[in-house]
Design a protein around this ligand. Structure first.
Ligand code: ADP
Ligand code: MG
Ligand code: ZN
Length: 564
């Protein structure tokens, strides 16, 4: 019990802010309650909503970090309604804005949007409303591009700020400000003028994901260093995290086993890398007797809705989706989220897996890891600014079998952590408490040298034949295969070695752009020669797939058990 208390207190600063602001008894509390019930037809606030609303109504700058679907919009919509003037909302996605306008209209709240799609007539009406004290306008949605391009609009808004009509500014998806955010948008840079030009108007930033880096960056960018941060409980005690080695070539077979064994009737989501994978995995699950459907960006809107509704209603048990499935999911009883391949970043993983167990009951987040998926994902993200770094953070998470999953996540998100908080709700903690097969430090020196030798041979053309080898290039998988021919270790083991070498920069991916695709080859990385000269051993803690029998000692033999 007291341990659970500690878990809840993991982020002391954030909790302090919450305690200070989450109460009634402010001068505006009556108006806020009334707006919640009468305008928004809602009974109670969700966690942090009231605190964030109070802080911004008191004139403070605020950052709100809550997972998708937890109700961030209300944090600015309600103050906009309850404060007598109007609020300026910066939002990057027109589709999300459309949704909000539609909902607000149903609630009888006058909201409008200015962007490239706005009709001339409407733009004029809005123009007048900005300075008209009698206008019922409550929310004005703009894109960052619109603000950056329209000096006239900026001038009008400045006047509205001076006359006290502009009560609040909100920047949604605020992580887009940061170079470190996973969808950085250059136009967000312009938003640094907001606090300077609209003096005294409080600013609220909202996002579902912000690592420590991103948060600092965002505050600096927007000029709200002293803002109050409200962060929803980062640790989700009811979620069980686990990473499994994906069997080679698996297209859903292992996932079907997991579902049948542990979740025969419960709802879940399986995330796949591509549209094609979704379709194949869904089909395989169906063949194996599971009611599954796929969902990806190429579905017709009507089909999307229909799949979504069938899943919400329980007619479909499992949705097999790309990350296109996410916006607006609000199903509380998702019992498992399984990643069929590695997501592109830890933020993505946290957010996607976090769709499990919204009702607070136990749920599982299972990541299926296989080296081949790293190369597929890396050729997708390598064109993004910090794409490869982000992916490798995720790879490090997946390949680390000796640190509590929660502890790793807490570290990456700059959250406090203390030993024991996980309560064995992750595969690593569970294993170490049952002392079954813990990860051991293994000397990989021989394999590392072999890998380098094979790469060198390929380069000099003295290795095996074939067009790739002739060009001196090897893909990561070809490297593993070649290593397997010269060494008796299992495929899984050699893949683990290559993963560790990539993470240590002893190997590096080298991307080649063809007109139709991007190919990843592996080359020796900057750390290799340094290490080779140094003469020390290359040791890493790795766990190699559950040994068939837990016989004898910790010799290398047990490590190699499964195939070959
Ligand atoms: P986010 O922006 O955090 O992803 P939204 O603001 O889009 O989430 O809200 C998600 C859903 O939660 C919406 O359907 C909204 O109506 C609902 N919601 C928000 N606040 C409450 C509340 N206090 N009580 C019940 N439902 C709420
Ligand atoms: Mg939102
Ligand atoms: Zn743990």
């Amino acid at each position: 019990e007291s341990l659970m208390g500690q878990i809840a207190a993991a982020s002391v600063d954030y909790r302090d802010a919450e305690e200070r602001w989450d109460r009634a008894g402010f001068e505006w509390s009556g108006r806020v309650e009334a707006a919640l019930q009468q305008t928004f037809n809602l009974q109670t606030f969700r966690p942090l909503q009231r605190a964030a609303i109070n802080a911004v109504m008191a004139g403070e700058d605020v950052v709100v970090i809550m997972s998708t679907g937890s109700g961030k919009s209300l944090c600015y919509q309600l103050p906009a309604v309850a404060s007598g003037g109007f609020a300026l909302i910066v939002s990057p996605l027109l589709s999300l804005v459309e949704d909000q306008l539609h909902q607000l209209k149903k609630l009888g709240v006058y909201a409008a949007a200015l962007n490239q799609a706005t009709e001339k007539e409407e733009a004029k009406t809005i123009d007048t409303a900005i300075l008209d004290a009698k206008s019922p306008l409550k929310l004005l949605y703009v894109t960052p591009e619109k603000l950056a391009k329209s000096k006239r609009l900026m001038n009008k808004l400045e006047k509205a700020a001076d006359t006290g009509r502009l009560k609040l500014m909100a920047v949604d998806e605020v992580h887009c400000c940061s170079q470190w955010g996973h969808d950085f948008r250059p136009d967000y840079k312009f938003l640094n003028v907001l606090k300077r030009q609209f003096k005294g108007v409080p600013l609220m930033g909202l996002t579902a994901t912000a690592t420590g880096n991103v948060l600092d960056d965002v505050k600096k960018m927007l000029g709200i260093e002293a803002s109050i941060v409200f962060r929803a409980g980062f640790n989700r005690p009811n979620l069980h995290y686990a990473v499994e080695e994906k069997p080679k070539g698996d297209m859903g077979e292992r996932i079907a086993e997991i579902i049948k064994e542990r979740y025969p009737t419960q709802s879940g989501i399986v995330y796949c890398l591509s549209r094609k994978d979704c379709e194949v995995v869904a089909q395989n699950l169906r063949k194996l007797g599971i009611r599954a459907s796929f969902y990806h960006a190429y579905l017709e809107p009507a089909d999307k809705t229909s799949v979504h509704e069938k899943w919400l209603g329980g007619k479909i048990q499992v949705i097999v989706a790309t990350v296109a499935f996410g916006m607006g999911i609000d199903k509380p009883d998702v019992r498992f989220v399984i990643h069929h391949s590695i997501p592109k970043s830890v933020e993505n993983y946290y957010q996607e897996s976090g769709r499990a167990g919204r009702d607070g009951k136990p749920a599982a987040c299972i990541l299926m890891y296989r080296l081949a998926d790293v190369f597929r994902q890396s050729t997708i993200v390598c064109t993004e600014q910090t794409g490869k770094e982000k992916l490798y953070e995720m790879v490090a998470f997946a390949a680390n079998d000796s640190t509590c999953r929660r502890e790793t996540l807490a570290g990456l998100f700059a959250e406090d952590w203390e030993q024991g908080w996980c309560q064995n709700a992750c595969d690593v903690c569970a294993r170490s408490s049952s002392s079954s097969s813990t990860a051991e430090e293994i000397d990989l020196t021989e394999e590392a040298k072999l890998a380098a030798k094979i790469i060198e041979e390929a380069r000099s053309g003295s290795g095996s034949s074939g067009s790739e080898a002739a060009a001196g290039r090897l893909t990561g998988l070809k490297l593993v295969e070649t290593m397997g021919k010269k060494n008796k270790r299992s495929r899984d083991f050699l893949e683990a070695v290559v993963t560790q070498m990539l993470l240590a920069e002893m190997l590096m991916e080298d991307f080649h752009f063809t007109p139709y695709s991007i190919v990843s080859y592996v080359v020796k990385g900057p750390a290799y020669d340094r290490w080779a000269k140094g003469g020390s051993a290359f040791k890493r803690r790795i766990r190699v797939s559950a040994p068939v029998s837990k016989t004898t000692s910790r010799k290398r033999k047990t490590v190699d058990s499964d195939e070959d």
